[in-house]
Design a protein around this ligand. Structure first.
Ligand code: HEC
Length: 106
């Protein structure tokens, strides 16, 4: 393989990876994974431990409001503040919809 071919292939694979990443951004599961939400709230919104709230089945509008509240840092020291800080309005909406899953199992 020539050097030019190799760099053309590398450029192509980067473009393809970028497209896949952009798609995943709108996918709630990918976002929940990326921002580690699953560590505490579980893959399906059923908490991994009694110390964390279950999100599954909760109203999405309420979950959105809670995430915006954490993002603003209204309650200093709340453990959720740092997790919500990097989220955009759109990501909050997607995550709230993702975790509002009726009949989720652990
Ligand atoms: C280190 C564990 C941990 C991680 C990681 C985490 N959370 Fe939380 N989450 C908590 C705790 C603890 C609370 C309870 C905070 C409170 O209500 O004061 C909470 C509360 C919430 C609530 C409000 C639930 C309710 O009933 O009011 C939502 C929504 C939420 N988390 C979503 C998320 C999302 C989305 C992510 C990822 C961006 C995330 N959490 C990451 C521990 C975590």
């Amino acid at each position: 393989m020539t050097r030019a071919t190799r760099s053309a292939l590398l450029a192509l694979s980067l473009v393809t990876a970028g497209a896949a990443y952009a798609k995943d951004e709108s996918d709630g599961e990918a976002l929940a994974w990326k921002y580690h939400c699953m560590t505490c709230h579980g893959r399906t919104g059923v908490a991994s431990s009694d110390h964390y709230p279950n999100l599954a089945g909760q109203n999405p509008v309420y979950l959105e409001g809670r995430l915006r509240y954490f993002r603003e840092g209204i309650e200093p020291g709340n453990r959720m503040n740092g997790h919500a800080a990097p989220l955009s309005d759109e990501q909050i909406r997607i995550l709230a919809t993702y975790f509002n899953r009726p009949n989720a199992e652990r």
